[in-house]
Design a protein around this ligand. Structure first.
Ligand code: ZN
Length: 416
């Protein structure tokens, strides 16, 4: 699918050849019931939409989501200081779904930026002779279903760093998944082909994390189509995402993992301070982010209340297993966070279950596009109900997911 020659000769003919090859990949994939199964231990993760979380000091977040994790269709990706403790607990109770442990040295806590000389972080204080393989072993010994590499952040312009990491990842044990915490700029128009070529050559399962301030998908309109292209051609799982994991699971990724909170739905270059929408001088908003099912997006509890403030009786009710018909205006304080997290997992788990029952990949993608179109329309309906012109702008990724063709190649002879 990739045109490896393009960078050297830029020939129109080779570009056409690449496009035709790409069309053929989409045609074949569209008729399959499921994405191809990746090699090694990652095969146990196929068709699973997992929950990515920091379990919390008392494992409170873990306990909040656990009753709502669909063991047949989901699993857990643990990160943060209490990941080991959470893993021991899950082993003790005989938790019956895949669990991964992300060392997450790339994030605002780990603060490790990959270099060509040291793309993976080996923690200080290790005994002599410890290695990357030892770290992977440790995760497996603790009970992880596959081992995630401790990759540092791959910064913008870091294609040579990605290559250095890929060279090592290629030769790792079969239980390893190559974690790629990638600055989103490396997926934009002028850099994507080189990035994709490197990832394709790794020939092993890849766990992709997008890096950037706010929503990394906003950096370029090309990122979403490029990610789809990547999902169709390399064994990919998108982790630590918002609903990007749905879009990619619908377009060829073998699995995904959705974060329980804003800070675990993407990552930020550790050289930068994570920025938020909080304005200086304003009191810190303590309300949790709440998934509004009709809108397919997360809004702060305070935002839900201020938007519907004049007409509290039209705040949506939720029929998930957590809310049982209660309204979404009840999430206002920090102590409501765990219930908000559980509600989100319960809601999107149902979507994942429905989507994954589709008879073909093309149908999966149609399910997802329809869901996004419905959510986009619901923004307009809510504004009309409130007689407002603004104050509820759809996420730009949602607009793109809703407007792109469900399947990148529309065929008369659809193999569905
Ligand atoms: Zn709910």
């Amino acid at each position: 699918m990739r045109d490896r020659q393009e960078g050297r000769n830029g020939a129109a003919g080779s570009r056409e050849g690449a496009q035709s090859q790409e069309s053929s990949v989409w045609e074949t994939l569209g008729g399959l019931e499921s994405p191809p199964t990746p090699s090694g231990a990652a095969s146990t993760l196929v068709n699973r939409m997992m929950v990515y979380l920091r379990p919390g000091q008392n494992l409170d977040k873990l306990h909040a989501v656990l009753p709502h994790v669909d063991t047949g269709r989901s699993g857990l990706v643990l990160s943060g200081a209490n990941a080991g403790k959470a893993m021991r607990f899950l082993c003790d109770i005989g938790f019956d779904a895949p669990v991964l442990m992300d060392p997450a040295c790339y994030d605002d806590r780990g603060k490790y930026t990959a270099t060509c000389e040291a793309p993976f972080q080996i923690p200080d204080g290790r005994i002599e002779g410890s290695s990357l393989e030892d770290l992977l072993d440790e995760q497996l010994r603790m009970g992880a279903s596959a081992a995630l590499t401790p990759t540092g952040y791959i910064p913008g312009g870091g294609i040579d760093i990605l290559k250095a990491a890929a060279r090592i990842a290629r030769d790792l044990r079969k239980e390893a998944i190559f974690v790629v915490p990638l600055d989103a700029s490396l997926l934009a128009r002028d850099r994507f082909r080189r990035t994709a070529a490197v990832l394709e050559d790794v020939a092993r399962p890849i766990a992709l994390i997008l890096g950037g301030q706010f929503d990394p998908l906003d950096q370029s309109k090309q990122i979403i189509p490029n990610l789809r292209s990547l999902a169709a051609t390399v064994p990919l799982m998108a982790i630590r995402t918002d609903f990007n994991a749905f879009d990619l699971l619908a377009h060829g990724a073998f699995a995904g993992a959705i974060g329980t909170g804003g800070s675990v739905r993407h990552t930020v270059d550790p050289a930068e301070k994570p920025r938020s929408y909080h304005r200086r001088g304003q009191e810190q908003d303590q309300s949790p982010s709440v998934l509004v099912p009709e809108l397919a997006c997360w809004l702060r509890g305070s935002k839900i209340n201020s938007f519907f403030g004049a007409r509290p009786t039209i705040v949506p009710r939720c029929d998930c297993r957590v809310c049982r018909g209660q309204r979404l205006s009840r999430f206002l304080r920090r102590e409501h966070q765990n219930e908000a997290i559980a509600h989100a997992v319960a809601v999107w788990s149902r979507w994942a279950c429905d989507m994954l029952q589709a008879p073909s990949m093309r149908r999966r993608a149609e399910y997802w596009r329809n869901l996004c179109q419905g959510a986009l329309d619901a923004h307009t309906v809510f504004l009309q109900q409130m007689r407002r012109m603004d104050g509820l702008e759809p996420q730009s990724a949602l607009k793109i997911w809703a407007s792109l063709p469900a399947w990148p190649v529309e065929l008369g002879s659809a193999k569905v």
